[in-house]
Write a protein that binds this ligand. Structure first.
Ligand SMILES: *[C@@H]1O[C@H](CO)[C@@H](O)[C@H](O)[C@H]1NC(C)=O
Ligand SMILES: *[C@@H]1O[C@H](CO)[C@@H](O)[C@H](O)[C@H]1NC(C)=O
Ligand SMILES: *[C@@H]1O[C@H](CO)[C@@H](O)[C@H](O)[C@H]1NC(C)=O
Ligand SMILES: *[C@@H]1O[C@H](CO)[C@@H](O)[C@H](O)[C@H]1NC(C)=O
Ligand SMILES: *[C@@H]1O[C@H](CO)[C@@H](O)[C@H](O)[C@H]1NC(C)=O
Length: 439
């Protein structure tokens, strides 16, 4: 196995409250177990007929039809008092088999079925919130809830994951056209689709720090992040006067680190290259607060009535294992309740987002920002439901048919994003419920 690559926020572990023995041995045990699992997986791959993979999505169209007739026959649950944060994943065959990701142009690395992922049980679960129903995604309900509006996803690759899921869920059912897409390296990072039947547009703006990020965010060949906490992200801020609904998601890049600025002055650094070691160690928490605050502030100003949805942190499942290990994440079922406690740092990042939402609500009520109290702030709390789905990541199936030429010792695994279709579709099931509530 290769050298550890610090992509995983767990490299920032503070002393755990667990006993050291347990803490140290856990990842080791886990990768042993994973090794066995992945052999089983390989066996399945070599020895199952090609028809197995074709069969994956064949009931798809019929399923879409069934889902819609089912949903439209459910008497109006307006979801007003439902808290979707807590719940459990329940077995629901076919629930997430709703579209062919190749046809809606998702990032190839998250198109797990195209890439040959042989086990598809991860598509057979639905989120059951505690004490209330969560209807399956219904494209008509979504488009009706945002009729005439511009919905913008702003943030890191988890924001993109959710935005692409939404596009797939909508384009599988309604006519659309692509309004705009960047070319080259950023083709998945800046785009807009239109749904003329409801006069709706949906955009994605790459802004992994929400605020202005120079260096790596603009050019992947650069190693450093230079982040200006006093300036909103340039691309989305330029369009802000057209945005009616904004969904924000960030956090992973702030954990990874950056050099932070306020009006061109360096104010501190976190996990930055050695030449910045003489600057204040700023940590990730305060910059995260400031980044969300700046973004929400910009979105609450200008007088346009907007809905701003703060999505909470969607955790990764590397669990300290090397990202170039083929067995970094190979679980094939959701966690059961109590099986793995949410890693403290992920909980902390979630809580920061919730705190910023509360602060923003208070500011709106106080009438700050000139929005005249017209800004509606909502939280899309996905941390728990995402944490419970270690099986939903592309893992080695971020690569095209990874075992075509044998089993390499090293191979990158994606234990952060979700396969499309997959658990991230549930983020949008909840988003619909939030957006259709009365203001
Ligand atoms: C998905 O769509 C692509 C492109 O149309 C097609 O080649 C592929 O076979 C489809 N996959 C499944 C599982 O139906
Ligand atoms: C889905 O419903 C539409 C319209 O009711 C129908 O034309 C189509 O054949 C159905 N598809 C399947 C696979 O049942
Ligand atoms: C929903 O539940 C979560 C987790 O228990 C809690 O943190 C949050 O405050 C609740 N939200 C509301 C609006 O009650
Ligand atoms: C930047 O500096 C201004 C002026 O001193 C201050 O009001 C603001 O809070 C600072 N912002 C950040 C993110 O440090
Ligand atoms: C840190 O070091 C750099 C280059 O050596 C220097 O330009 C900068 O002023 C130093 N900053 C502080 C806060 O000492």
């Amino acid at each position: 196995m290769g050298a550890y690559k610090p992509l995983d926020p767990r490299n920032q572990l503070k002393p755990s409250s667990k006993t050291p023995g347990c803490f140290l041995s856990k990842p080791v045990c886990a990768s042993l177990v994973c090794g066995v699992l992945s052999l089983a997986l390989l066996h399945l791959l070599c020895c199952s007929s090609p028809g197995t993979q074709q069969a994956v999505l064949s009931p798809l169209r019929q399923y879409i039809n069934n889902t819609y007739s089912f949903v439209s026959s459910v008497p109006g649950n307006n979801g007003k008092s439902c808290n979707y944060s807590e719940g459990r994943w329940v077995w629901a065959p076919g629930h997430a088999r709703r579209y062919n990701a190749t046809e809606c142009n998702v990032k190839e690395r998250q198109d797990c079925i195209r890439n040959g992922r042989p086990d598809t049980k991860y598509l057979d679960w639905r989120w059951q919130p505690t004490g209330c129903p969560l209807p399956a995604f219904d494209a008509r309900t979504f488009l009706s809830a945002v009729r005439g509006k511009h919905v913008a996803f702003i943030g890191d690759s988890m924001a993109r994951n959710q935005a692409q899921s939404l596009i797939c869920l909508l384009t599988a059912v309604f006519p659309y056209h692509l309004v705009y897409r960047d070319t080259g390296e950023h083709k998945h990072n800046f785009w807009r689709y239109a749904f003329p039947s409801h006069d709706v547009t949906v955009s994605y703006y790459w802004a992994p720090f929400l605020v202005r990020g120079k260096g790596k965010p603009e050019d992947d060949g650069i190693k450093e992040n230079h982040v200006h906490l006093d300036v909103p992200g340039d691309r989305w801020a330029a369009d802000v006067d057209t945005i009616d609904v904004a969904v924000l998601a960030a956090g992973h890049w702030l954990l990874n680190g950056a050099v932070y600025y306020n009006s061109s002055q360096v104010i501190g650094a976190h996990n930055a290259p050695p030449e910045y070691s003489n600057y204040t160690k700023i940590g990730y928490a305060w910059p995260l607060h400031m980044a969300y605050r700046k973004a929400v502030e910009r979105l609450s100003s200008g007088g346009r009535p907007r809905t701003v949805v703060l999505a909470t942190f969607s955790p990764s499942h590397f669990a300290g294992r090397p990202t170039d290990s083929p067995t970094a994440c190979t679980k094939m079922e959701p966690y059961e309740e109590g099986e793995e406690e949410l890693v403290w740092i992920f909980k902390e990042v979630r809580d920061i987002v919730c705190e910023e939402a509360e602060l923003a609500k208070a500011r709106v009520v106080a009438g700050e920002g000139g929005g005249g109290g017209a800004t509606r702030i909502e939280v899309l709390d996905v941390t728990k439901l995402a944490w419970m789905r270690p099986d939903g990541h592309p893992s080695v199936y971020m690569n095209y048919h990874p075992f075509e030429h044998g089993v390499p010792e090293r191979m990158y695994s994606d234990c952060l994003h979700f396969c499309l279709p997959g658990p991230v579709d549930t983020f949008n099931e909840i988003l619909v419920q939030i957006l259709k509530r009365r203001r």
